[in-house]
Design a protein around this ligand. Structure first.
Ligand code: TXA
Ligand code: MG
Length: 321
């Protein structure tokens, strides 16, 4: 099966809606990364989606909604969740909330948890969900453990032949997945750093953003240590380039050994973290080749979007399971 690659137009959006309505699976652009979408209420479609991704079944999926009414049909919103939704939706924030009674979301989506992860995305994804009239479950549109795709071509490389349709709307604007939080009484627990920074969430809510309690069960079950891994090894915080290494650079500076690097990809020559986030997965994916054995990565500052970038890089560098 060769998936049809459609470029974004009104007609293409209608085709995607029809595909999802028929229980199909389609790769759709969101502002963060491309998602592999299926009707969240259709168990057979969700099962196909897991199969296409090669994903361990215990990982629950994010439900994408088109408006607040749809969100409240699947999750319970307290005042804090309400406030965060008003501040950041549509946008790169996912909230883990108690599942609403009577929700039609299929239990495969939530992996049987009493909670559900909800996000209202920007752009054409929003139109698709509104047109379908039901939430769309969508993990990133890559094979499990691989880099999240930020272009349609990247989806095609990873999942071509396993999905019904791919909608191309150009490179994803944010380029890194959504921030996942769990709003609690008087605090916000950060489950995954992402496209909205902790500082932005603190400013909008007036509350502290905390890491999950140590020792608790894996808070966001998809957060396996090794993820985003290219074929070659990854060395972080590099202050020099060793012979034969490829370099992922950041900023205007150079390093000892730069001239003898096998190749250099600069995430942002200007040292801009927003640009670096948008380029990160394209860079990791370009280096995911059999002839790239060792990758060195220059230090990236930890502030702002740097927290999310460094989180993804640590996973790319983690020992492979
Ligand atoms: O930006 C994004 O979030 C993209 C786009 C497509 O929206 N999606 C994405 O989905 O990154 P995925 O499946 O690759 O990551 C979803 C994360 C996983 O780590 C999963 O464990 C967590 O969300 N998650 C989903 N439901 C959860 C729940 N009820 N409780 C805790 N974590 C949950
Ligand atoms: Mg993913």
């Amino acid at each position: 099966m060769v998936p049809l690659l459609l470029s974004a137009s009104e007609d293409a959006v209608l085709q995607i809606i029809a595909c999802l309505g028929d229980g199909g699976i389609a790769a759709i652009p969101t502002e963060t990364v491309y998602g592999l979408g299926a009707d969240a209420c259709n168990g057979a479609a969700i099962a196909r989606l897991f199969e296409a991704k090669g994903r361990p079944r215990f990982n629950p999926l994010i439900c994408h909604v088109a408006d607040q009414a749809m969100a409240e049909g699947i999750a319970e919103f307290g005042p804090l969740a309400q406030k965060l939704g008003e501040a950041f939706w549509p946008g790169p924030l996912t909230m883990v909330l108690p599942a609403a009674g009577g929700s039609r979301v299929h239990p495969l989506v939530t992996a049987g948890l009493p909670s559900v992860a909800v996000r209202m995305p920007r752009g054409v994804a929003l139109q698709i969900i509104a047109g379908l009239g039901r939430p769309v479950a969508a993990p990133s549109a890559n094979r499990s453990g691989k880099v999240s795709p930020t272009t349609a071509a990247h989806v095609e490389q990873s999942l071509g032949g396993r999905v019904d349709l791919i909608l191309d709307a150009g490179p994803a604007a944010v380029g890194i997945e959504s921030t996942i939080v769990r709003p609690e009484d008087g605090r916000i627990v950060l489950l995954r750093a992402g496209g909205v920074t902790a500082a932005e969430i603190e400013a909008a809510s007036g509350l502290a953003v905390m890491p999950p309690d140590l020792g608790a069960a894996i808070a966001a079950p998809g957060q396996l240590a090794s993820h985003y891994a290219p074929e070659g090894s990854v060395r972080l915080g590099a202050r020099n380039v060793e012979p034969g290494e490829w370099l992922v650079a950041f900023g205007p500076g150079t390093l000892p050994g730069w001239d003898t690097a096998a190749g250099v990809v600069n995430l942002s020559p200007a040292g801009d973290l927003r640009e670096a986030a948008a380029q990160l997965f394209a860079a990791l994916s370009a280096l995911d080749r059999p002839d790239v054995h060792r990758i060195a990565v220059m230090p990236i500052p930890e502030h702002g979007l740097g927290a999310a970038i460094n989180d993804r890089l640590r996973r790319a560098a983690a020992p492979r399971g």
